[in-house]
Write a protein that binds this ligand. Structure first.
Ligand SMILES: [Zn+2]
Length: 401
């Protein structure tokens, strides 16, 4: 019993030291002792273990302030490891490999062309991108592989619940990828694969970038419209993994039928497909993809092009009203808007402030609306951050076999 307990404590303390080092980038042994509350001697022993496992290395000597010896600084290394993230959005499958410290090793991007209702074709291309990225990693071992989809995820094992951008119902994406890539299958059976919803991980990364406010609402539009609500540092998941699905708030009573089965969802009146059609950009979206078309949409709104401005006015009114409703549901400190909406955050914030002047007798005023700080890579960064946090919570499991 005693040895089990002490092994647990040691594992916990290794995680404390490694996680602290990941947070600050570099630190000396005495910095780590101060930050973790562990004794200096314990930290020295723990660092020795992490160094032996190839997870930590010494960087440089830093001259001491005042009296005392110069201090040796430490950083995470993990040169034998990589984390891999496979992103599957409405246009592309991208496989990105990084070090534990966040350095990019490779990025392989393939366009799948949005074959609606055909997961097999999308996953053929996704598996190919995944294998191509793996092929560039040399001797590095993949410690964690995250698959990020622009759709809600749930269940055990996790599956894609419904992807309206791609016309998917429930899809066991991990199994379908494993059928196509033996190396992915091996990682999945080793328990190293996780399936994640883009909005959840993007909101986490934005939450960290925004200085970790207590409540944050995230709304983004790049293919459909998605969202997430972060409370106490955690995205609210919901009883059916649908919390924060802001694109499907039914904002128009008796409106047109949405692919989700409801009527008048936000995405039916303010989704990119609808607005691009109205702005005369549907053809560009078909030919060049949504990303290119939405960039052009923003450019034309800024240039005052009438069709684009009309389309945006109609869509922005619905987006602002949705944010007004969500404001009183969550009472967030901040609303972060992502996707192409990041470029239009000030405009959305003004519209919200106009319709939400404050509640009489209450202190509530319209929350600040800010554009995504992380841009198109928010979901990637969030997936990488959660992967590193998960790995460093048990660094002993990362030691070379
Ligand atoms: Zn809907």
């Amino acid at each position: 019993m005693t040895s089990l307990a002490s092994a647990d404590i040691r594992r916990h303390n290794l995680a404390l030291v490694a996680t602290r080092l990941a947070e600050v980038g570099t630190a000396s042994r005495s910095d780590l002792a101060d930050a973790t509350g562990l004794a200096r001697g314990s930290v020295t022993a723990l660092v020795r273990q992490l160094e032996a496992d190839g997870l930590v290395r010494e960087t440089a000597l830093v001259a001491a302030e005042g009296k005392g010896r110069p201090r040796t600084m430490l950083e995470l290394s993990g040169d034998h490891l990589a984390i891999l993230t496979l992103l599957i959005d409405a246009d592309h499958a991208s496989a990105v490999a990084s070090t534990l410290g966040g350095e990019r090793l490779t990025r392989v991007e393939r366009r799948h062309g949005r074959p609606m209702g055909d997961p097999a074709r999308v996953l053929d291309i996704a598996a190919e991108a995944f294998d191509a990225a793996l092929g560039e990693l040399g001797d590095r071992e993949v410690a964690d592989a995250s698959v990020v989809v622009w759709a809600p995820v749930g269940g055990d094992p996790a599956v894609v619940l419904a992807d309206t951008d791609l016309g998917w119902g429930t899809v066991d994406l991990v199994a379908l990828l494993a059928d196509r890539s033996p190396r992915f299958a091996a990682l999945a059976s080793a328990g190293r694969v996780r399936l994640l919803a883009d909005t959840q991980v993007a909101a986490l990364a934005e939450h960290a970038a925004a200085g970790r406010p207590s409540e944050l609402v995230y709304l983004k539009s790049d293919s459909g419209i998605g969202g997430a609500v972060v409370v106490d540092g955690t995205p609210v998941d919901g009883s059916h993994h649908l919390a924060g699905a802001l694109g499907h708030l039914p904002v128009v009573p008796g409106g047109v039928r949405c692919e989700c089965g409801q009527h008048g969802c936000l995405v039916t009146v303010a989704g990119p497909d609808v607005l691009l059609e109205r702005a005369g950009l549907a053809e560009l979206a078909r030919d060049e993809g949504l990303t290119v078309a939405l960039d052009e949409f923003v450019r034309r709104i800024r240039a005052g092009e009438p069709a684009a401005v009309d389309a945006w006015d109609a869509g922005a009114a619905e987006l602002a009203r949705t944010l007004q409703i969500v404001t009183l549901t969550v009472d967030p400190a901040i609303i972060v808007v992502g996707g192409y909406l990041a470029a239009l955050a000030d405009d959305l914030g003004e519209r919200l402030a106009k319709i939400q002047p404050g509640l009489e007798g209450a202190f509530l005023t319209a929350p600040q609306v800010v554009g995504s700080r992380l841009g198109r890579d928010a979901a990637l960064l969030g997936a990488e951050q959660t992967a590193v946090a998960r790995l460093l919570a048990d660094p002993a499991a990362l030691s070379p076999a």
